[in-house]
Design a protein around this ligand. Sequence first.
Ligand code: SF4
Length: 506
Amino acid sequence: MANIVLTSDASLLIKLDASPIKTFFIALPNSIIPLPLFKRICRPLEVDKNGVPNRGTTALRTVEAIIHYSELQEYDTKIVSPLHLKRQINEDTKIVGISAEDPLGISPATVLFTSMFGGRAINSIMFEKLMNKIKRLKRKFGFKVVFGGPGAWQFRSKSVANYCGIDYVFRGEAENIVPPFFSEIIEDGNDITEFEKFGKPANPESIPKLLGPVNTKVIEISRGCGRGCKFCPEGPIGKMRSIRMEKILHDARLHVDAGYKSITLQSEDAFRYGSSNFLTEWEALSNLIDGLHDVGIRDINFTSTTFTAFYNDPDLVKKITNKLNRDKKKENVIQVGLETASTKLMEKHFKHKCSPLFKPSEWQEVVLGAIKIMKKHGWLPVSTVIMGLPGEEDDDVKDTLSLLKRLDHEWGFFIPFIYVPMQIYSTAERGRFILENMTRYHWTLMEELLKHDIMVLERLSSHTIFGKNKFYNQVNFINEAKFLRNLLFKLLHVGLFRIYRNKSKH
Ligand code: SF4
């Protein structure tokens, strides 16, 4: 039995080996994927006799490693499957640490999907199931429940957290806060009056090596961003901190030993790895890629970067692409934020998004130029467009619409998001934009974005991504499971139908 149990809702501990796109399903409502179907498609990870899964999530693995290398190491700590908690929880258990991406189903993607299609998000249903189970065990054994990780911003209210069965919440980075806070809970759990704690940004030297592989094959290479976008949780964290190469290579080796040849590098702005400013530091990035190839990684992907990184230096993009040994027939999917094409809103919320070489007034040219470069070198952007930012007026939405008209309709996916304030420090402008506030310009923007995506999906289906050339990574499995491809088309078309219906009311 463990003294400290780490777990997450069942939607995060699923088998993803050949199908990482399954992570997308967890934000879908049960009106699109009924729970029994989700459970059938997304099987839970295998566990040993102790209920310990053979993979973890990045957040759970990070906290596990922090505990292992701290004064808490005397306590038996285990990552446990939410389906097998009883195998590890008893009166010796002092803390159950929980992490979830979107526990209440209020992240921008989930809000959009549930607003459009009705129902409840799979991940929030799974979270509720987990917490019901934990509440029952807590009544019996009296441990404390701590929530941390990506979804912690959703528990600003103590009463909501307590209702869910959570005693404490920690936000920010775990390295500086988990050892002292967990020790305090273990020693004096009933005397702590503070409901939430904040973990300051960690020194990269103190970020520990992982103890086991992550099911998404995602390895952190940096934290923070430094561009300071006003409503981004990363905005205020300070400058980007690159994680030391020794740790990255160690974590990569763990994944190679677990049978993975492909990994995804987690960063807010991946091309800036090792850089001390907003530009790419070629030598650091190049050494990182070489190092990863040397430990046996064959396929390197990145979670996110910026359009700016592509537009800054096209020759560099060519060098990076060549270094990655990309098969030119395969697209390299990467997340980048478009957010808005309005100079006014760029100035207000995303002032440094294209620094240092460009100004907010040049953002449209940066985006258009970057997309051309991305297309030339086989990088497929998946980009967010935010509707309802504070201060937004009709003219701002029209600016984004006119940029969309200038985009190459063959390239990139653009995902409309409804503004949700996630930033945890700001006390101002916390108002949340809801579907009922949408104007006819918003509906037109949604319509154009979806039409664009359908067109791109159809074109890619006919040649590279879904066609005869094998597409890799995120959508590789769609080649093998046609019904999932059809599901995507169906979603887009149903979404379009809902848009027409709503638009006609304005
Ligand atoms: S560039 Fe992206 S990650 Fe960085 S602060 Fe802005 S929105 Fe956040």
